[in-house]
Design a protein around this ligand. Sequence first.
Ligand SMILES: Cc1cc2nc3c(=O)[nH]c(=O)nc-3n(C[C@H](O)[C@H](O)[C@H](O)COP(=O)(O)O)c2cc1C
Ligand code: SF4
Ligand code: SF4
Length: 255
Amino acid sequence: MIFYFTGTGNSLYAAKTIGEALGEEVHNLADNIKNNNTKLTVGDGEILGLVFPVYYYSLPTVVEEFLEKVEITMKKGSRCFILATCGATTGDSTKNAKDILIKKGIQTDYLFSVEMPDNYVLLYDVQDKEKQDKMLTSSKDSLKKIVELIKEDNKGDYNKIKGPMPGVMTLLAGAIYRRGRKTSKFHVTDNCISCNLCQEICPVGAIEMKKGKPVWIKDQCVHCLACIHRCPVGAIQYGKRTESRGRYINPLSGL
Ligand SMILES: Cc1cc2nc3c(=O)[nH]c(=O)nc-3n(C[C@H](O)[C@H](O)[C@H](O)COP(=O)(O)O)c2cc1C
Ligand code: SF4
Ligand code: SF4
């Protein structure tokens, strides 16, 4: 049973790849929150997995919410892994997820991280296609190794890309992220074809279609950037800064 959160498909691709290799079902954790489906049992021999993108060296707010709300019964013989996908460094995000689970009496057996193309177009442009392809090829290898480690039951912390001073970075940057996440700068251009996709994919219902155009109805959201990247005509912008920047969807994710 693998739970994932994704904006642009990296974490979905990772979750699906591991799920297929281990014969575990894959679930979008945002749906579990929406449907109030938060009571889970992980049977003997089964694996609980959590896969998420790193935001500001921290956990996306919706992942934190899922971990706080979920009631999990781990049967004897079950195991648990946490995997962060990121553009470069994770800070203490994997440890933070592990610590929340410990408070619920759940031990995490493996901590992993995988570098994938960076989608944070509010700060930087997307990487060029060649760099993205290289990262995706190397992420395939990393995921293979992760599957082997789980199959062989080599327990441990395999997240080696926490970056310098992970605890401090996560504390400081995480606070900025949680306070920020404002929606006021999202806007839509005349290119919008009223397909509704942005409303459908927003994990927290922050977008409503009004007169055929998206309107951001909450002050804050997760800032997953799914709406910006996945709009089929690139009609969603954030202030002026995303106008000249590219868009990214993981080509192996099926999104
Ligand atoms: C709001 C936000 C903050 C991010 N912060 C970080 C970060 O602190 N470190 C990092 O390496 N990547 C960061 N990224 C990049 C994503 O973690 C990375 O591209 C991830 O694989 C995206 O996963 P997804 O495709 O499943 O959404 C950030 C992306 C977003 C949208
Ligand atoms: S996804 Fe893009 S085209 Fe579709 S409704 Fe939203 S803004 Fe308009
Ligand atoms: S409004 Fe856009 S960026 Fe914010 S949570 Fe919804 S899809 Fe993600």
